[in-house]
Write a protein that binds this ligand. Structure first.
Ligand code: HEC
Ligand code: HEC
Length: 343
């Protein structure tokens, strides 16, 4: 017994020594380690998970109601699509298609962004036309290219007949004349979306665990900073906090080979200075949300990184920097909360 224990301990010690020497080889010198850690801390902030134990029963009921609506196909005209048809949790809140088919198999021109962490952005949609997730949620329900509902009355009639809904809406919004409305529906969906937070290795790192990410990923943070990505991509969502012209150098379609030229925010505002302006997307889980850009025109993350260098910072990135930025991006891939999935 003792002998076995001794052998086991020796094996473990020698294994961990191997691990240490292996790490040492790639390790940054302590000064560089600190420089990168401090710059990461000044540009990015860690995500905070929702603590369900601390929520009131009403709040929990609201989230559950929002979740039911998110997964309910009655929200689409032909009753064949729910929000998750395009925002699939198994695909990190997207569908991994360039553009998504609507309820009548019709196609829009814009790529489906993720619903994960979306509420942490300053605005919703590629052209920022909705501010909050609540304001956003009625868009797809009535959008011609999405769920295509003809009008509010049709939607409310469908939901009124459902026992769970009539009870939940009446309890959560007690004023009977305003209990089931577009406003209360989108409020509940928003409450659910606000719980879709995906903490990742980068958050452990930002919280002080220097071993949470690899040396290559740390060098990726350095490359991301040194190559001028930070002014547009920072905070807890590594983006999603402003809109910018794509491209600042040249025309975006020369980089992406896009067939359709989308004028971006200009279509919503008619302001000439908004031509080709798009929301800077958040980069949480970006490794998993291919294809990239507002029209899903670029398949690989590597290509998207190279294009960004040329289009937004006028730099041809070194291969090594691209590799390291890719490693950094992988540390943004988080845990999808269990309650996000359909029951
Ligand atoms: C047919 C596919 C489809 C369906 C169904 C759909 N969406 Fe979307 N969603 C999209 C597309 C495409 C966009 C981007 C449109 C744009 O920017 O103009 C989007 C954008 C969003 C955004 C903004 C994210 C961001 O980063 O800007 C949120 C949030 C969202 N959808 C939530 C929902 C909810 C909630 C539902 C159900 C009520 C829903 N979606 C149904 C395709 C879909
Ligand atoms: C001037 C602002 C700006 C700078 C600087 C910038 N970006 Fe972006 N980034 C954007 C905008 C705007 C988009 C969306 C463009 C579009 O799809 O129309 C974007 C999109 C991306 C995407 C695609 C994400 C997705 O989900 O489609 C990646 C990846 C990315 N940027 C990485 C980088 C990297 C790496 C750098 C530094 C080399 C960088 N960005 C510098 C504004 C910027």
């Amino acid at each position: 017994m003792n002998k076995l224990f001794l052998i086991l301990s020796i094996t473990i010690i020698s294994l961990s020594c191997n691990e240490q020497t292996k790490n040492k080889k790639n390790d940054l010198d302590p000064k560089m380690e600190q420089i990168i850690f401090h710059s990461a801390k000044s540009y990015f902030t860690p995500l905070k998970e929702v603590d369900f134990d601390k929520l009131t029963p009403e709040k929990k009921q609201m989230i559950e109601l929002g979740k039911r609506l998110f997964y309910d196909k009655r929200l689409s005209n032909k009753q064949n699509l729910n929000c998750a048809s395009c925002h699939d949790m198994k695909k990190y809140g997207t569908d991994n298609l360039p553009v998504s088919p609507g309820d009548n198999n019709q196609f829009g021109t814009r790529n489906t962004p993720s619903v994960l962490n979306a509420h942490l952005q300053y605005a919703q949609f590629w052209d920022t036309r909705a501010r909050t997730v609540e304001e956003q949620a009625s868009g797809p329900i009535f959008g011609d290219f999405e769920m295509n509902m003809p009008d509010t009355a049709t939607l409310l009639n469908r939901l009124q007949d459902d026992e769970y809904y009539s009870k939940a809406f009446a309890e959560l919004f007690p004023k009977s004349d305003t209990s089931l409305t577009i406003k209360t529906i989108t409020f509940a969906i928003g409450a659910f979306e606000r719980t879709l937070i995906t903490p990742a290795p980068i958050d452990d790192y930002l919280n002080g665990d220097l071993n949470a990410i690899s040396t290559k990923a740390k060098l990726g943070i350095k490359a991301f900073v040194d190559n001028g990505c930070i002014p547009c991509h920072s905070t807890s969502t590594v983006g999603g906090q402003m809109a910018q012209k794509f491209a600042l150098y040249g025309y975006y379609w020369d980089y992406t080979n896009s067939q359709y030229i989308d004028k971006g925010k200009f279509l919503a505002t008619q302001d000439p200075s908004d031509k080709f302006v798009f929301k800077v997307p958040q980069l949480r889980n970006v490794e998993k949300t291919s294809p990239y850009f507002h029209d899903g025109s670029v398949k690989t993350l590597r290509d998207a990184i190279i294009i960004m260098g040329k289009a937004e910072t006028n730099i041809t990135l070194k291969d090594e920097d691209v590799d390291n930025i890719l490693e950094f991006f992988k540390t943004l891939t988080g845990k999808i909360p269990k309650h996000a999935y359909e029951n």
